[in-house]
Design a protein around this ligand. Structure first.
Ligand SMILES: NC(=O)c1ccc[n+]([C@@H]2O[C@H](COP(=O)([O-])OP(=O)(O)OC[C@H]3O[C@@H](n4cnc5c(N)ncnc54)[C@H](O)[C@@H]3O)[C@@H](O)[C@H]2O)c1
Length: 300
């Protein structure tokens, strides 16, 4: 057997607030491979997420093969819009959904982990978060502010996380982000600068792979996933149409599952993928390979 073995490793997955998205599936796959998993969650969603966990509402999703229940090592607040505490506007820091959490910035997260575990305490960091406040607007109607917000949260935050968490990651560590094919092809409706953010994320992955590789020996990759009805994707409004279109036109006609993305993430973050960095790996049932629309479920 050739196992994906993450025993003895600690992973941090940023962007988990329920059991319905890629982040949760990735966290679970990493745990199934033996890693201890820490989460970082957007403050406005953190209270509800912890309540769901405490009340056992996610118990079914937390069952691991063999019947044990996945337990996260810790869940910290993180607003990936902010690099350091001083970036958080006072009205945000004092608002109901933030005031109990202290420093929610990326630097704040690094400081919490360092305070708990010391240096060299992580092996895997996953960035599974995005936000585009004007995502429903075509690019032509997107404001500069909305565009920059999308790129800031959804792309720059990955560079910031690598810069700030890189020193905490043990040699041979792995960073991973999640992208979408709208980075390179036109997907009308995926607006507000989100397509630009994903293009930046994929380009940055290559540059960061070089820089983090040379600086620390870490690997940096991105999964370009097919459409999946997570909470964030459902908020865009046409995810069911995207899934339907993709399943009619992709080489493999089943919709992608979060577990498929989780399994690929676990592989990419494991020593088995020690030769892979700077790569965009498609988990999309082959849709990116198509040049024309077929628009039917089978060829017969
Ligand atoms: N669902 C899809 O069809 C699809 C396809 C390709 C790529 N992706 C990408 O996968 C990643 C995960 O998204 P998902 O679809 O699983 O949805 P999701 O809703 O499970 O995850 C998005 C997460 O981002 C968090 N978030 C938003 N703003 C944040 C901020 N400022 N700071 C910290 N966290 C913040 C949300 O709280 C949420 O937990 C995203 O990068 C997304 O663009 C999704």
């Amino acid at each position: 057997m050739l196992p994906i073995d993450l025993q003895g490793k600690r992973a941090l997955v940023a962007g988990v607030a329920d059991d319905a998205g890629f982040g949760f599936a990735i966290a679970k796959a990493l745990a199934e491979a033996g890693a201890s998993v820490c989460l970082a969650t957007w403050p406005p969603a953190l209270g509800i997420f912890k309540t769901l966990l405490e009340r056992g509402k996610l118990d079914e999703s937390l069952v691991m093969p063999g019947g044990t229940k996945l337990a996260f090592e810790r869940i910290d607040p993180l607003d990936a819009d902010f690099d350091v505490a001083a970036d958080v506007p006072a009205e945000v820091a004092q608002s109901k959904r933030y005031r109990d959490y202290g420093d929610v910035s990326i630097e704040g997260l690094a400081a919490r982990l360092r305070a708990s575990y010391g240096e060299a305490c992580l092996d895997v960091v996953v960035h599974s978060l995005a936000n585009g406040p004007e995502v429903k607007k075509p690019l032509l109607e997107t404001s500069r502010r909305g565009y920059l917000a999308a790129v800031g949260v959804s792309a720059y935050s990955f560079a910031s996380m690598i810069a700030r968490l890189g020193p905490l990651v043990r040699p041979g560590g792995s960073f991973l982000a999640l992208s979408y094919m709208a980075s390179e092809r036109v997907v009308p409706g995926y607006g507000g600068g989100m397509s630009s953010a994903k293009a930046a994320l994929e380009s940055d992955t290559r540059v960061l792979a070089f820089e983090a590789g040379r600086k620390w020996g870490h690997r940096v990759n991105v999964i370009s996933a097919g459409p999946f009805a997570s909470r964030a994707a459902s908020a865009i409004g046409f995810i069911d149409q995207m899934i339907d279109y993709t399943t009619r036109n992709a080489p493999l006609t089943d919709p992608i599952t979060a577990e498929e993305v989780g399994a690929t993430a676990a592989f990419l973050c494991s020593p088995l993928a020690s030769g892979i960095t700077g790569a965009t790996i498609y988990v999309d049932k082959g849709y990116q390979a198509m040049g024309v629309a077929v628009d039917r479920p089978t060829l017969t």
